[in-house]
Write a protein that binds this ligand. Structure first.
Ligand code: NCD
Length: 315
């Protein structure tokens, strides 16, 4: 069952599960219109002037936190980066008290990243009227803005999504990115979605009529239009689930020989941070088919779109 009714106006962004293709396309269309702003010499729009965005990150992050901060700044919002390490949460303040405290200071939108599945959803249930929660990644549950930016990046290069084969490779088990990519791409009617990885990292329940599971990387990559590589998330593994990095690179790493099995114009993607030499070789990560740093740029536009839409700047 989907987690979000798709007829209700979207107030928070917790997951892409349950959103319609039209709702997802709307975010991507707004992102497209905002993308040019980032390229201008004066790269600010007054859309969120007077609004305050709080980055509430309980897990480390480089790209996502910076990306939300830049996105908010480019829409002229004020941004507070809540420093969890130096905060009262270390003194035992509950999450809800932290939220209430920041709400009392008239903050409008909270980007929440947390190691536990469900934390952004919990805060959304308790948020004051008008306050918006955006999930910046929770556990292995969802990373909706990454799902949107990946779909956006694919759509910009290959708009005919219905005829595309997209392969996601690696640590699917621990990947909130994979889950959100699956939801975004399926809602947009992607032709074929393949998931590949070692058995211990590939949950069987993801098998469906529109998701094919592969236990062999060459077969998964053959004739693909897009190959999305994932990081091996050892910090989420209670015990080692793969042999060595070397064995992993041999069986599941994307190198030039494997990439040659995909379509000649196939895109190579990775949400970052990359473990170079493990899931991807340098020549592929930095090669002509890689759009990895375009994903990063697109992430800013997509997050601008999400914040502007949820704060009511686009009706
Ligand atoms: C990912 C995350 O944190 O889920 N990174 C990101 O947000 N771009 C993926 C990862 O950590 O491997």
């Amino acid at each position: 069952m989907s987690e979000q009714a798709n007829d209700a106006a979207l107030r928070h962004l917790i997951t892409l599960d349950g959103l319609s293709g039209a709702q997802i396309s709307e975010f991507l269309d707004i992102a497209e219109s905002l993308r040019a702003t980032a390229e201008r010499p004066v790269n600010k729009l007054p859309i969120l002037r007077g609004r305050t965005v709080v980055n509430l990150f309980f897990e480390p992050s480089t790209r996502t936190r910076t990306s939300f901060e830049l996105a908010a700044t480019r829409l002229s919002a004020d941004v507070v980066n809540f420093d969890v390490a130096a905060s009262s949460t270390k003194k035992g303040e509950t999450l809800l008290d932290t939220l209430r405290t920041l709400e009392a200071m008239r903050c409008d939108l909270f980007v929440v990243r947390h190691q536990e599945n469900g934390t952004p959803e919990y805060l959304a249930r308790h948020a004051a009227p008008g306050v918006v929660i955006v999930n910046g990644g929770d556990g292995n549950h969802a990373h909706p803005t990454q799902g949107l930016l990946d779909a956006f990046t694919i759509r910009r290069h290959k708009p005919d999504l219905h005829n595309l084969t997209v392969t996601i490779v690696g640590d699917i088990q621990h990947s909130r990115v994979a889950r959100s990519d699956i939801h975004a791409l399926q809602a947009l009617g992607i032709g074929q979605l393949r998931l590949a990885g070692p058995a211990a990292l590939l949950p069987e329940q993801l098998q469906s009529s529109r998701c094919q599971l592969f236990h062999d990387m060459d077969a998964a990559v053959r004739d693909a239009d897009v190959v999305i590589m994932l990081r091996l998330q050892k910090e989420r593994m209670a015990k080692a689930l793969v042999e060595s990095d070397r064995d992993y690179a041999r069986d599941w790493g994307l190198n030039a020989d494997r990439l040659a099995l995909a379509r000649p114009d196939a895109l190579v993607m990775h949400p970052g941070p990359m473990n170079r030499g493990v899931e991807i070789t340098d020549d592929v990560a930095d090669g002509p088919q890689s759009v990895i740093f375009q994903q990063v740029s697109n992430g800013v536009a997509v997050r601008m779109a999400v914040m502007a839409k949820l704060l009511g700047a686009f009706q």
